[in-house]
Write a protein that binds this ligand. Sequence first.
Ligand SMILES: CC(C)(COP(=O)(O)OP(=O)(O)OC[C@H]1O[C@@H](n2cnc3c(N)ncnc32)[C@H](O)[C@@H]1OP(=O)(O)O)[C@@H](O)C(=O)NCCC(=O)NCCS
Length: 162
Amino acid sequence: MIRDATQADAAAIAAIYNPFVKDSAVTFEVDEVPEEEIARRIHERRTGGLPFIVWEEDGQVAAYAYASPYGTREAFARTVELSTYLDPAFNGRGIGTRIYQDLIERCRELGMHLLVGRVALPNPASQSLHAKCGFELAGVLPQAGYKFGRFHDLAYYTRLLD
Ligand SMILES: CC(C)(COP(=O)(O)OP(=O)(O)OC[C@H]1O[C@@H](n2cnc3c(N)ncnc32)[C@H](O)[C@@H]1OP(=O)(O)O)[C@@H](O)C(=O)NCCC(=O)NCCS
């Protein structure tokens, strides 16, 4: 089941996200994010009129996805950046694709025009996910992030909505 995230999901979302922060370069955040900060991020999206959704399975949050403003300048109003994270216990079952497609449709309904996905390389699962969801590789920022003692390239994937 896909539903809007609430403040009550913050702990489950932190539990999915923080292992990626701590052990991988898929996100350029370096310090684990407290539950209160996740709750703030959910609140910020929801009050800003942007989607923050979860995939719930047997009462457990298996994945989440959300849209963020791409930039604060007014002309970016119809451009958003998308993110999704899945509990690895649910890997490879199509959940990532389905929650991302749901997020894309919500962005379309909101009148968004350009979707951006930023992917630290290499990330085969996320690269496949973006290709599968109709994104094209717009470019790569070389060595954009420094984590675990080395630089990581950052790919920009884009999808235009009608
Ligand atoms: C990216 C992510 C959401 C994919 O979720 P998922 O439910 O496993 O993905 P799906 O089952 O829908 O598969 C999507 C595509 O990714 C591929 N894929 C999934 N896991 C993979 C892996 N570990 N290695 C290579 N490809 C993988 C699938 O084969 C599929 O592509 P295909 O249909 O062309 O074969 C999940 O792996 C994840 O949370 N990764 C860590 C966080 C992250 O990188 N998020 C994206 C940053 S915005």
